[in-house]
Design a protein around this ligand. Structure first.
Ligand SMILES: Cc1cn([C@H]2C[C@H](O)[C@@H](COP(=O)(O)OP(=O)(O)OP(=O)(O)O)O2)c(=O)[nH]c1=O
Length: 201
């Protein structure tokens, strides 16, 4: 069985990878997340996903490392995770009543060969209007604090997401169909790992 290592501290990415029932281990990246000035949203998520996967790959001789990164983009402004409750409030104030984009990058690195690939996915998210009181109540749940754009579609945030266009899993942090495509580009059919968990994927 080729070892699969998820280079992420995100509980959401772990839960999403668990959905497809392939064996994997988690090794969060300690890489410094530095990006080029004026990088486009797609470059940001692909570069950061790759930085995380490459840093973790340095600890292994073999195996496929998966890195991921998610950002929210509204009117050309890139929103990451809020640094405090005040910033969470201003992000949600900006996003409520509007449509924004969620970009997630995925990177794969083969620790043995050094081969690497990255790609990204975009989802449009329509958020309903929220009063300041509602935003403050939501912030009190603490849910926004570790999430790009200060909300989680998979949690209380579901209450104010009216609709999305694109991959739901992309919003939560790991676009699974894109992951399958990337594995195929590595010559690996991830579906075989599901049907025969002990076989070589
Ligand atoms: C928009 C949105 C983001 N998120 C999360 C996914 C990511 O965990 C987080 C964005 O932060 P990231 O920097 O992409 O990831 P992370 O710091 O949580 O984990 P790591 O770098 O170790 O992989 O926002 C949700 O859980 N739900 C949502 O609806």
């Amino acid at each position: 069985m080729k070892k699969i290592i998820l280079a992420s501290s995100s509980p959401r990415r772990k839960e999403l990878l668990e959905l497809i029932k392939i064996p994997f281990t988690v090794h969060p990246s300690k890489a410094e997340e530095v990006i080029e000035k004026d990088a486009s949203p797609e470059d940001v998520v692909e570069q950061l996903a790759m930085i995380k996967a490459k840093e973790v790959s340095s600890y292994y001789q073999d195996g496929i490392i998966i890195g991921g990164d998610t950002i929210v983009v509204y009117n050309d402004v890139i929103l990451g995770k809020p640094k405090d409750e005040e910033e969470a409030f201003s992000m949600l104030k900006m996003l409520q009543g509007n449509v924004h984009q969620v970009y997630s990058g995925v990177a794969l690195v083969d620790a043995k060969t050094g081969k690497s690939l990255a790609a990204h996915q975009v989802t449009n998210v329509y958020m309903s209007s929220l009063t300041d009181d509602e935003i403050n109540l939501y912030i009190k749940t603490k849910e926004p604090m570790d999430k790009a754009g200060s909300y989680g579609i998979q949690g209380y945030g579901a209450l104010f997401i009216e609709k999305i266009e694109g991959d739901y899993f992309n919003v939560v942090g790991l676009p699974l169909s894109l992951l399958k495509t990337l594995f195929e580009k590595f010559g690996i059919n991830i579906m075989k790992g599901i049907l025969h968990p002990k076989s070589k994927v």
